[in-house]
Design a protein around this ligand. Structure first.
Ligand code: DAH
Length: 352
């Protein structure tokens, strides 16, 4: 028995409809899995719809078979082409990329720009590293501090100008005349810490000597912003407490620190100064670009400070230093205005 007759016109029309359906289906696929489902539906080797229609070829008059075969081949090609295009759209022209001798599949992608750490964070990480190599362990303290840790324990007397409300961000108000102050806060108001020296106290309260700690973090002072000032900035604080620590040890550490950070053999000098929490106190400078640049303050920890944390000043001594991180970062990268660091314009930040 011969198979049921199939008019050529109907066969061709079925093929045209199938082409259109396949093209739509491939174009709509939104990922590789969907595309593969469509491929199986239309081009599947066993039950694909194109394969099924091919069977109708048998019912076509012999004289019309060549035309029908041609139409079938054209349909196959059109559907295959629609599939290839969809694949390229979803997966990229992988073959071409892989054949490219310059292509290295192990390199990171270029479509998305890599994120970067903020230059201050990069500087902090580097300084922490340098101090780590000198045996100083990182420590942290709160940014919201109390008067005791920010001033009293650091031997800063009540009358000292550093405590001026105009020079600090107090969060509660000291003094009996202030209104809503929690019990006990009259003598110990809270403030945003104005220096990282607070962490010296917190660390000495926490552990016994010997201590070699370094603390890097934000400090706050109500300064008007200009090229070298900002109401929030960062400091690095170092503290070493042991038996018979001297100014010579301090100078050695500062020298190694400056040389490690700035790269070359950098001369440093210390000048007499005054800080309530060190005795003697010094100001340290390093020589850079033809001039002496101030590094920060330092000195031998005042016996009163050691006493405030319960250390015996007859037994232990130590040095401390506190340096501004922004200045170190700006010198290294030739940044001329501190405000660039915190405006967070990514076109600026991306350079580092
Ligand atoms: N805390 C001081 C400041 O912010 C800097 C300083 C000076 C820190 C002397 C120290 C030090 O540890 O010993 O100006």
């Amino acid at each position: 028995m011969s198979p049921p007759a199939m008019p050529l016109a109907k066969f061709v029309q079925t093929l045209e409809l199938l082409t259109e359906e396949a093209q739509n289906s491939f174009a709509q696929a939104s990922d590789a899995d969907q595309l593969d489902e469509s491929r199986v539906e239309f081009l599947g080797a066993k039950k694909g719809r194109l394969k099924l229609i091919q069977k109708d070829l048998a019912g076509i008059e012999n004289s019309e078979k060549p035309a029908a075969g041609k139409s079938l081949n054209a349909t196959k090609q059109a559907i295959q082409q629609a599939f290839d295009e969809a694949k390229k759209r979803l997966l990229g022209d992988q073959d071409k990329v892989v054949r490219d001798p310059k292509f290295d599949a192990t390199l990171p992608g270029t479509k998305f720009r890599m994120g970067k750490l903020h230059p201050i964070t990069q500087t902090i990480n580097e300084l922490k590293d340098i101090m780590g190599r000198l045996g100083f362990t990182p420590a942290q303290g709160p940014e919201v501090e109390d008067d005791y840790h920010n001033f009293q324990a650091l031997n800063i007397p009540m009358s000292h100008p550093a405590r001026d409300p105009l020079d600090n961000f107090y969060l509660s108000v000291a003094g009996k005349h202030s209104g809503a102050v929690a019990a006990g806060e009259e003598d110990n108001p809270t403030l945003m810490r104005s220096q990282t020296s607070t962490v010296q106290i917190r660390e000495m309260e926490r552990i016994d000597p010997p201590i070699r700690m370094v603390s890097l973090g934000r400090v706050y002072r109500p300064d008007t912003a200009d090229w070298s000032h900002y109401p929030m900035f960062h400091q690095i604080e170092g503290l070493m407490i042991d038996k018979s620590v001297t100014l010579a040890d301090l100078k050695t550490v500062l020298k190694l620190f400056a040389t490690s950070y700035l790269g070359d053999e950098v001369p440093i000098r210390i000048r007499p100064s005054f800080f309530p929490f060190t005795e003697p106190s010094v100001e340290a400078d390093y020589y850079w670009d033809g001039k002496w640049v101030e590094f920060g303050g330092a000195g031998i920890v005042d016996p009163n400070v050691l006493k405030s944390v319960g250390y015996d000043p007859e037994k232990y001594s130590g040095f401390a230093f506190g340096l501004g991180i922004e200045r170190l970062c700006m010198i290294r990268h030739q940044i001329t205005d501190i405000r660039y660091l915190f405006t967070n314009d990514v076109r600026f930040l991306r350079q580092f």
